[in-house]
Design a protein around this ligand. Structure first.
Ligand code: SF4
Length: 173
């Protein structure tokens, strides 16, 4: 079978105005480079979970042994369960794709780059809620952010991993 690879893509990187402030983070060079060989499928965990556009900005907090998404300005706003439920609804889609390209540092999309606030005031880095879901349930799925893929060597390596997975058949892992 020789189908075009499919990549899930943070919608804001594709230029869609889905960010909390109603803006986007279009990455035209990356979109062009990956769009040459793959179908790019937009998704936005926060808009998808119904948080709205625009919406209150959120951040991740370590709380009672779990990671919670809370409002930056309103700590009482906690959409964690809604975003988790949306992530679970993407399972069938995730099983059909060959990789994910996600926005760095986002509390939903960041791959090991989302700030995590601890009760003692420390700040560490972790996966955003969607990236964590992908890593937990599809650990072999190639995943990278737009900052990593600015490096031509990393971009070429990611492309090879995606093509390899596509040759083996999506959802193999
Ligand atoms: S949740 Fe992800 S796709 Fe949506 S705006 Fe934030 S970084 Fe972009």
């Amino acid at each position: 079978m020789d189908e075009r690879p499919r990549l899930l893509f943070s919608a804001c990187l594709l230029g869609q105005a889905v960010r909390y402030d109603g803006g986007h983070k279009h990455a035209p060079e990356l979109v062009e480079a990956l769009g040459r060989f793959a179908e790019l499928i937009p998704l936005c965990p926060e808009a998808g979970a119904g948080l709205g556009i625009p919406r209150p900005p959120v951040a991740l907090h370590q709380q009672a042994g779990a990671v919670h998404m809370r409002g930056l300005d309103d700590p009482g706003f906690d959409p964690t369960a809604r975003v988790h439920a949306w992530c679970r609804r993407q399972t069938a889609l995730l099983a059909t794709v060959d990789g994910c390209v996600l926005k760095a540092r986002s509390p939903s999309c960041g791959i090991g780059s989302a700030p995590l606030h601890h009760p003692d005031g420390r700040e560490t880095l972790t996966d955003g809620l969607f990236a964590a879901y992908v890593r937990a349930h599809f650990p072999d799925l190639p995943m990278a952010d737009e900052e990593t893929l600015r490096d031509p060597v990393q971009l070429a390596a990611f492309r090879e991993r995606v093509l390899d997975r596509n040759r083996q058949g999506s959802g193999a892992g």
